[in-house]
Design a protein around this ligand. Structure first.
Ligand code: ADP
Ligand code: MG
Length: 697
């Protein structure tokens, strides 16, 4: 029987009880499912170490030597056995806490020591090492790479550890070697020089040597990425058939704004506007992601594209994630559009728009006299009806759900063109997966004349020095942000921190005025405080991350971040983007504890080292993994990738996407006899639908 149909219960070394646990813990139902559990690491058993060579605490090693001395400490359950191991030149310590009575040591016998060292005061020690007399070491034991498997607590409790996994998989080896049907066509295997599935599965578990292990893993990673890409690209192909509003004209409003700008557009801005205009002309619906670092001028690009729509007789809207941002967009747009006089009508609709003020807005949208509406979630309310909404800009998309977006248009209409803007640069590999079915435009150039923000990392012990620096900046007429973390789980505590911080700053700077904003405040109070800071009435703004996105006060030159260790890299980068918006040199001060974890130290170092949002995003991906990054959870793509890693397998991802594209270019619906297998696999893998921007209407 095919391995894919063999119930796991009836496999060698398994049995009913283990089968039950494997099903529950790993979702393993068949023999093939078990074989598809890949090792997460390998230990090279052909390599022997000397104690003097040890320097990494994280990897398993084996050493040959003798036990020269041992003694037990304590009695009964608390007993512990400690031994000295000597490799001929150096010594290390071996320790057992459990099963001490079973450890039999002999002097003058050569042992093979196997375990994971850790260092304590310059001495390496091994806790619960494997110690095998050399006379009992078989050649197989020290041959090649030993695979290690992930197991859960429950599995371990029932004796299914990594070794047991290995034994169970080994039991299937003869059948596996007889061959399993491949999931990738022979032509692709050949062109991309990939192992067959059978060969890859054998070698991922029992590699002959390092190169065959690596080739096996590459093939399995390719397969995983290939099917995700095939799924995404098939969706994209389907959607490319969707009709959309045609907006071929470049009209008077667009030209009017362009001529009135006090500066030139950057090359990147021009290129992106062209890319979008090409989509608008095409007669198909646009779904595009616009990426650009903070301050790269996305808002203006969005506005110019809205004007393209308006010039073609359509309405447009811009959705912002917060009221502050919506307000600010509204003000910014109004200023840009002032030279155009009466030619463009814009309106603002948020949760705080009064019922009375809503009436003319609702009317204006329905009869087409409002051209561009800016707002928050309020845009999505049922009573907001459009005459002909043709273009939608979504700022910071990860805060909007798919269902919410779908409310923007009615079933009997064509869906509007959609431009999603994000100021959090997304690593390329992630963009190709999470947003793989969107076209991507990138603004990779900042307007000229910006001075890069200087970032400095301080420990809180140096607060006095930091305050002196703030004072000097304020004396020069500048303004300062002080940001505190706000994490939902203990909001109360965080607000307390914020309040204490505010009080402390009031004491430290009695001569200056200080504003405070946080998410729990009434919108009107928040706005008032923000306005006071924006107008220069207050010199310091104490805030939580509500100011993370978009807030624009060019005179503010210092962003001081308290407990910077509690922020993610992208968030820190966003916060830093709030300064450096005027002509003055700006600073970002990261305050942390003196004692930092390795990860935190790395994050601070990266922030200090670079202002490049894409580099920061790559680093974030490496440190946190794809599943934890913003935007990935909502994507519907299974980010618990089994073997591929988006931070290290970019190359393979490119190849996999290319291969999937080649197939779909010839056969978009996978109808050819040759491609049936791919279609079946897609169904079988049931890769969840990722965002389907075009079909959510
Ligand atoms: P983003 O939204 O990408 O963070 P903004 O649109 O807020 O960036 O732009 C930041 C600032 O730069 C704004 O004050 C904007 O008016 C200005 N700006 C935009 N484009 C240019 C340009 N080409 N040259 C000079 N300044 C620009
Ligand atoms: Mg912006």
């Amino acid at each position: 029987m095919e391995l894919s149909h063999r119930d796991i219960t009836y496999c060698k070394n398994v049995g009913a009880k283990r089968a039950d646990i494997l099903r529950k813990e790993l979702g393993v139902n068949t023999a093939l499912d078990l074989i598809r559990q890949y090792p997460y690491k390998y230990i090279d058993r052909s390599r022997f170490y000397r104690i003097a060579e040890l320097d990494d605490e994280d990897t398993y090693v084996q050493i040959i030597g003798e036990v020269t001395e041992w003694h037990t400490i304590g009695i009964g359950k608390a007993q512990r056995l400690s031994a000295t191991f000597f490799d001929g030149t150096h010594q290390c310590e071996l320790v057992w806490f459990r099963g001490v009575q079973y450890v039999k040591l002999q002097r003058g016998v050569k042992y093979l020591l196997f375990g994971k060292p850790s260092r304590f005061q310059h001495v390496y020690n091994f806790v619960h090492p494997e110690l095998t007399p050399m006379s009992k070491v078989t050649p197989e034991m020290t041959q090649g790479l030993e695979p290690y498997y992930n197991t859960t607590e429950t599995m371990k409790k029932h004796g299914i550890n990594s070794k047991a996994m290995r034994t169970m998989i080994a039991g299937l080896l003869p059948e596996l070697k007889a061959g399993v049907p491949d999931t990738i066509g022979a032509d692709i295997l050949q062109r991309y020089r990939l192992m067959s599935l059978t060969e890859a599965l054998v070698n991922v578990h029992f590699p002959k040597d390092t190169p065959s292990m690596q080739n096996a893993r590459a093939r399995l990673k390719f397969e995983e990425l290939f099917y995700i890409q095939l799924q995404i690209l098939r969706q994209m192909k389907r959607r490319e058939q969707n009709p959309g509003f045609a907006m071929p004209m470049v009209g008077s409003r667009f030209h009017g704004l362009y001529k009135s700008l006090p500066f030139d557009l950057t090359g990147a801005q021009k290129r992106v506007i062209h890319e979008i205009h090409d989509d608008l002309k095409s007669g198909r619906q646009m779904n595009r992601l616009l990426q650009g670092d903070v301050g790269s001028g996305k808002t203006l690009v969005a506005l110019m594209c809205c004007l393209l729509a308006v010039d073609n007789g359509y309405q447009a809207c811009i959705m912002a994630p917060t009221e502050i941002l919506a307000n600010q967009h509204y003000e910014t747009l109004k200023a840009f559009l002032a030279p155009l006089g009466d030619a463009v009508h814009i309106a603002l609709l948020t949760g705080s728009t009064t019922p009375k003020n809503r009436v003319p807005i609702h009317n204006g949208l329905m009869n087409g006299t409002i051209h561009i509406l800016i707002g928050t979630h309020a845009l999505l309310e049922d009573n907001v009806q459009w005459q002909n909404l043709g273009f939608v800009v979504i700022d910071e998309q990860h805060r909007f759900g798919v269902a919410q977006r779908a409310k923007l248009w009615t079933k009997n209409q064509l869906p509007p063109h959609i431009l999603v803007m994000t100021a959090t640069p997304i690593p390329r590999t992630l963009a190709m997966t999470v947003y793989g079915d969107l076209q991507v435009s990138i603004i990779d150039e900042l307007p000229p004349g910006r001075k890069p923000v200087q970032t400095i990392h301080y420990s809180i012990q140096r607060r006095a020095q930091v305050y002196a620096f703030l004072r000097k900046q304020i004396q020069e007429g500048r303004q300062v942000y002080v940001v505190y973390p706000l994490i939902k789980e203990n909001e109360k505590l965080d607000l307390q921190d914020l309040q204490n911080g505010f009080n402390e700053l009031c004491e430290a700077f009695p001569e200056y005025k200080i504003s405070m904003v946080h998410g729990q405040m009434k919108a009107a109070d928040k706005d008032l405080q923000m306005q006071r800071f924006a107008s220069g009435e207050t010199q310091i703004l104490v805030a939580t991350t509500v100011i993370e996105v978009g807030v624009n006060v060019p005179n503010a030159t210092v962003m001081m971040i308290q407990n910077a260790e509690r922020f993610g890299l992208s968030q820190l980068h966003q916060l830093r983007g709030r300064v450096g918006r005027g002509g003055d040199q700006s600073y970002c001060l990261l305050l942390t504890d003196l004692e930092l974890s390795k990860d935190t130290r790395k994050r601070m170092d990266i922030m200090v080292a670079t202002n490049d949002g894409f580099r920061i995003a790559e680093a974030d991906l490496q440190l946190r993994g794809a599943g934890d990054l913003e935007g990935t959870q909502q994507s519907g793509i299974p980010f618990d990738l089994k073997i591929a890693n988006l931070s290290t397998d970019g190359q393979l991802l490119n190849l996999a996407r290319q291969a999937a594209m080649e197939i779909l270019d010839k056969d978009p619906l996978l109808e050819d006899e040759m491609n049936r297998m791919y279609k079946r696999q897609l169904d079988f893998r049931r890769v969840e639908q990722s965002y389907n921007w075009g079909e959510i209407s």
